[in-house]
Design a protein around this ligand. Sequence first.
Ligand code: HAM
Length: 431
Amino acid sequence: MALITKKIKGTEDVLPKESYRWQFIEQVMREESKAYGFKEIRTPVFEHTELFARGVGQTTDVVQKEMYTFDTKGGESITLRPEGTAGAARAVLEHALENEGLPIKASYFVSCYRYEKPQAGRLREFHQFGLEEYGTQQPIADAELICAAQSVFDRLGIKQLRLELNSIGCPTCRADYHKALKDYFSQYKDKLCDTCLSRLDKNPMRILDCKSPICSEIAKDAPKITDYLCDECRNHFEDVKKYLDAAGIEYVVNPTIVRGLDYYTKTVFEFVTDCIGAQGTVCGGGRYDGLIEELGGKHLPSLGFAMGLERLLMVMDSQGIEIPDNDVCSLYIATMGEKAKAKAFALLRKVRECNLTAETDVVGRGLRAQMKYADKIGAKYSLVIGDNELEKNSAELKNMETGEKTEMALDDTFAEKFSLISLSDHKSFKI
Ligand code: HAM
């Protein structure tokens, strides 16, 4: 039968057999967020278009080329979020969270939508884990945030990630820098792509981030922001590095990092790998001291990062990092006859109350096929209930790996006793 439709280009399904991988990394991220004092924020998947146009920036690729924007029946322009920062900032402002004490520390898991050309590690729907912190301009906060990202990678066992660091200054130092960039790029007006030509006057820094091979070749020799930093930005950057050094976090300063979104000021950083192809940036972030004001709030210096879950899983695969699958079936009860089925049903309910995965036949298989199925799903223990077992009200619990058998009473003590047996070989979820 022909399917009436398939998934949309650039989107992925996460199937039941692989969701444990996502749950595992999300669990580690939740634990690390908690350790650093962040609490989860959940915001809508769509927002008014102007939030991203103003927040992310009119001259960015994301806003100019990649947003999923449409008009509602009521005539409003709305956009599927291309990233998590703008929505979180909007919510912080709308709920006046600054009145609850600073800093505000929010974590999130979001699906994001960007109309980019799909390739390995680049999707049109992808997922981010992010941390955002509002209300501090201290360099220690930048270092702490970078530390939090590093802790997630360490906990996941990821190696060979390079932390690349830069400062892109503040509006004060950027005025001179913009002029220098404009002078430089004006020499290449006949070579720049149309988008970059339009950026020359409005925001020449964006040309540094253009994906066209010709523009990026020209950008290689462009003036570097680090030569234009004002004293405050330079000192801030030096202090961030000092704290990272103190924490033993390795980094390289890469003066060409400008990031693809307009809200950044001062510190910017990326965690990059060479092991998953061209889309090697696993995590990106930095300070955005002007965003809250841009969105209509008071001055509230802020910072954050987001990491792509798909890319992270690709890195773990490429580095052969095994993810523990704790979704295994602890007990499979095979049955013969209606009475046995009812008995199994009652016992399983109690076993499941002990937070264990337990199953029985629900598709009408014969005994042999039931045992084959128990094997297939990797059940740790199995038990067969037939007339004999019902009569003596006990059955043999079989350890499917060792073949070892234990006689078990099929009464109120069953679930607790099984749970103790099962606990003794339960692997911890935490690595
Ligand atoms: P971003 O660099 O655009 O930053 O995205 C962050 C991460 O999301 C990237 O490093 C990458 O892992 C993942 N990502 C981005 N685009 C795609 C895609 N098309 N397919 C798969 N993964 C992708 C931001 O979004 C900022 N909001 C980060 C931030 C938070 N800055 C401050 N706070």
